[in-house]
Design a protein around this ligand. Structure first.
Ligand SMILES: C[S@@+](CC[C@H](N)C(=O)[O-])C[C@H]1O[C@@H](n2cnc3c(N)ncnc32)[C@H](O)[C@@H]1O
Length: 250
């Protein structure tokens, strides 16, 4: 069942991937990156470290980690996204490794990882949090970490109807059940409810899965970002939009 959903999602992302544009490559050629300050601060010095991004899409964040001196690897299930990412790295002249794989079935050689990074629309593609956290624990070196910066599940299940008016378009406690009622405004162009099946994971489940697998919580915060509640107005300042977890392998 999980495998069938993941396969539908892969097909769907293959259709969508080519429509998403990354930043101009000159930005990366001149050493730039797209990471938030808090992401860099939480990661610490990555010079010479192996950073692996799961669900890396067209690879801009992988190029960003590479520009910070990391040995950077990106993993994505979409064949199209990985082809685009490899092409962009080559054009930018940046050494980065891209693998086409399901993040729950990582290539065998990705072991002893210093930092697993996932961001902005990544955890919603995991059908089984325990399997995910257990795999990451097995592949992270002791003292290494997972850095997850993602959309808040409260944002995932809300739909803006008008200024200061919200509807509920999903189940915060949906867990391993795909969110077929997802607000259309949150789906990339070209994605349908039939083929695009994200999961909604309560943040407490994510935290407990990581702790249960052998990680220790090192940082955890939630934050607003009014712009992503487009049309809601000032009340968006009072809602969580994203959350960040850094968990260190014991
Ligand atoms: C919204 S993007 C990821 C976020 C990235 N930070 C960005 O902003 O582009 C979602 C990506 O997840 C990938 N994906 C979906 N399911 C996956 C899986 N099981 N394993 C690896 N990648 C997956 C998709 O192919 C897509 O490129």
């Amino acid at each position: 069942m999980d495998q069938a959903i993941t396969e539908e999602n892969r097909r769907s992302w293959n259709l969508i991937a080519g429509r998403r544009a990354g930043l101009a490559l000159d930005h990366f050629r001149s050493g730039g990156n797209t990471l938030e300050d808090f992401e860099r601060d939480l990661a610490g010095d990555v010079e010479g470290r192996h950073v692996v991004q799961l669900a890396c899409s067209f690879g801009d964040e992988v190029l960003s980690w590479a520009n910070l001196g990391a040995r950077a690897t990106g993993v994505d299930i979409s064949d199209v996204a990985i082809t685009i990412a490899r092409g962009r790295a080559a054009e930018a002249g940046i050494a980065a490794d891209f693998r086409r794989a399901d993040m729950l079935d990582l290539p065998d050689d990705l072991t002893d990882i210093d930092l697993f990074y996932l961001s902005w629309g990544a955890i919603c593609w995991v059908p089984d949090l325990t399997a995910w956290a257990t795999l990451l624990a097995a592949r992270t070196r002791p003292g290494g970490a997972v850095l997850l910066c993602d959309h808040h599940p409260v944002w995932e299940v809300l739909a803006v109807r008008a200024a200061n008016a919200l509807g509920v378009a999903g189940d915060y406690f949906g867990r391993g059940r795909p969110n077929t009622g997802q607000d259309a405004a949150k789906r990339p162009q070209g994605a349908t409810t039939e083929t695009f099946q994200p999961f909604v994971w309560p943040i407490s489940d994510v935290v407990m899965a990581l702790i249960g697998a052998g990680f220790q919580l090192n940082a955890f915060f939630e934050a607003p970002e009014p712009a992503i509640y487009g049309g809601l107005g000032r009340s968006a300042e009072s809602l969580p939009a994203y959350y960040v977890i850094k968990a260190v392998r014991r």
